[in-house]
Design a protein around this ligand. Structure first.
Ligand code: AMP
Ligand code: FE
Ligand code: FE
Ligand code: ZN
Length: 290
């Protein structure tokens, strides 16, 4: 496959926890000769308009996306939405619920840090154009000399089970899928391996999600071994699911992961996006416009 056929459908910009602006991601996608790129920020579509505008300038295909934290029967997951109307009023209102929950969680993380004797304050976080989360808090702790690195910040304070950890709000998966569909999009299970490296629970999870409207799964992901890829491909085909793929690019927040994936990662083929677009265009117009 030539580089011209490669895409990346999973990236984070400065509107969530990435370090490049949407415009810079599109510039980088063009410079690295990707054929299409999706911006999939956590809980926000505020960066999409900027990416679409830059895509039009550079004649590079940009896909409107989002990543939502969800749960089903106590199992946590991330859901990606593709092809959403990024400015749909009802969609924005529903994202607002997640954004409020995030702010509340951040306050509670700072309260825990203060209890531990760390004087960091929420108003010391540098302003961001979008959603603030644990990576921003980690960077503040580094700047204040409390820890030396992101890893240390997560290990000592921010990861699940650590001293200042606060559970995040997770939307019921059926609601997340419905809100994506309502805005004209298709929902995909992100990094399906998650906490299930032996793929013991993913088949049952995919069946349940498919029953509530899941359209596809993220087949190409940097952590997937050839065996994982083969198993997920088989599962997806059996369930009639579409496939997506991406690097989960975060810029300098994940410096080891370049846009489009590392040199030895399986490149994500454009055909996946062609199939996604065919499904988007074949859906009843009520779902696209209601
Ligand atoms: P939040 O959305 O606030 O729960 O933050 C989750 C984000 O934190 C993930 O999307 C990652 O980008 C980042 N993250 C999680 N663990 C680590 C870690 N050990 N080091 C650096 N970043 C991390
Ligand atoms: Fe992230
Ligand atoms: Fe994720
Ligand atoms: Zn992600």
């Amino acid at each position: 496959m030539t580089a011209m056929d490669t895409i990346d459908l999973h990236t984070h910009s400065t509107y969530s926890d990435g370090t490049l602006s949407p415009r810079q991601i599109v510039d980088l996608a063009a410079a690295t000769k990707l054929k299409a790129v999706a911006i999939t920020d956590h809980d926000t579509t505020a960066g999409i308009a900027e990416a679409l505008a830059r895509g039009r300038e550079l004649d590079l295909e940009v896909v409107s996306g989002v990543e939502i934290s969800a749960q089903l029967d106590g199992q946590s997951m991330h859901l990606l939405g593709y092809g959403i109307r990024h400015d749909d009023p009802l969609f924005l209102e529903r994202l607002g619920v997640l954004q409020t929950a995030r702010k509340d969680r951040n306050s509670r993380i700072f309260a825990k840090l203060n209890t531990l004797g760390i004087p960091a304050r929420i108003d010391q976080l540098p302003p961001t154009p979008g959603q603030t989360g644990r990576p921003h808090i980690a960077r503040l702790l580094i700047a204040q000399g409390v820890v030396q690195s992101m890893d240390q910040a997560f290990a000592r304070f921010l990861r699940r089970g650590a001293a200042a950890y606060v559970e995040s709000y997770r939307m019921p998966a059926d609601h997340a899928i419905a809100m994506i569909a309502q805005a004209g999009g298709l929902a995909f299970l992100a990094h399906p391996v998650g906490d299930d490296p032996k793929l013991k629970t993913v088949a049952a999870l995919l069946k349940k999600l498919k029953d509530v409207g899941l359209a596809g799964l993220e087949l190409y992901y940097p952590t997937h071994t050839p065996q994982t890829h083969a198993k997920l491909h088989k599962l997806g085909r059996e369930l009639g699911l579409l496939f997506s793929g991406g690097s989960d690019f975060h810029g300098a927040s994940k410096p080891h992961m370049p846009l489009g994936g590392r040199p030895n990662d399986k490149p994500v083929p454009y055909q996946l996006l062609a199939a996604i677009k065919a499904r988007l265009n074949s859906r009843p117009s009520t779902e696209r416009q209601s």
